[in-house]
Write a protein that binds this ligand. Structure first.
Ligand SMILES: O=C(O)c1ccccc1N[C@@H]1O[C@H](COP(=O)(O)O)[C@@H](O)[C@H]1O
Length: 209
């Protein structure tokens, strides 16, 4: 299967267009106020429309209330809802039942025990996104995890790798983990929250090299 590449934290039409032009398969919109990439739901809906059907659009939420999750899904109509906090498998299962969107769960990969614990998301999440363990923010910090933890791991769910990826290291990350999907945010920015179209192009080229 060909590699899936997600560019996350986009907040302008120009960067959406660049991601599509250079071959991203997925883009991400962040609705989480502490993030430098936070956008309101009206902007997210506009950008979602801009992306059209050229890419799959993920809406990223962190520990959002039931009410906010419902409002966000109704306003943005994403293809995917990416939960990046401490959301329970039970909550994901509810969303999966009622929402016309795939459900992805990001998990901080700390050690081999994490790989055991994520089994609880079996059936509740459509994809697991391995990221570095949460620090000041739960993601988007440019921090890598130990990729060797995924070497020879027998995955039981669809999955992908995020956390600290850049144009310079994404090919190595894919080689080390065999990831079918890579996801980047801060590694294609010139400043926190400011996406750089040349870095987006370089990331997509390096990922497919
Ligand atoms: O992008 C953010 O600001 C963000 C905020 C809160 C949770 C997750 C966030 N981003 C996601 O984190 C990973 C890794 O990002 P990075 O490449 O290390 O900057 C990725 O999935 C982003 O979508």
């Amino acid at each position: 299967m060909s590699l899936l590449v997600k560019i996350c934290g986009l907040s302008t039409p120009e960067t959406i267009d660049a991601a599509i032009e250079h071959g991203a398969t997925h883009i991400g919109l962040v609705h989480y106020e502490p993030s430098p990439r936070h956008i309101d739901l009206k902007t997210a809906a506009e950008l979602r429309r801009r992306a059209g059907r050229h890419v799959q659009v993920a809406l990223l939420l962190v520990n959002a209330s039931q009410q906010l999750t419902g409002e966000a899904l109704a306003a943005v109509r994403p293809d995917i809802i990416q939960f990046h906090g401490n959301e329970s498998p039970e909550w994901l299962a509810v969303v999966k039942r009622i929402a016309p969107a795939q459900v992805w769960k990001a998990v901080g990969l700390k050690d081999a025990g994490t790989l055991e614990r994520i089994q609880k998301y079996q059936g509740a999440a459509d994809r697991i996104l391995f990221d570095a363990p949460a620090a000041a923010l739960p993601g988007g910090t440019g921090t890598r995890f130990d990729w060797s933890l995924l070497k020879n791991h027998r995955h039981t769910m669809d999955w992908g790798v995020a956390g600290g990826l850049t144009p310079a290291n994404v090919a190595e990350a894919i080689a080390a983990t065999g990831a079918p999907l890579v996801d980047v945010s801060s590694g294609v920015e010139s400043a926190p929250g400011v996406k750089d179209v040349d870095k987006i192009a370089a990331f997509l080229k390096a990922a497919r090299s």
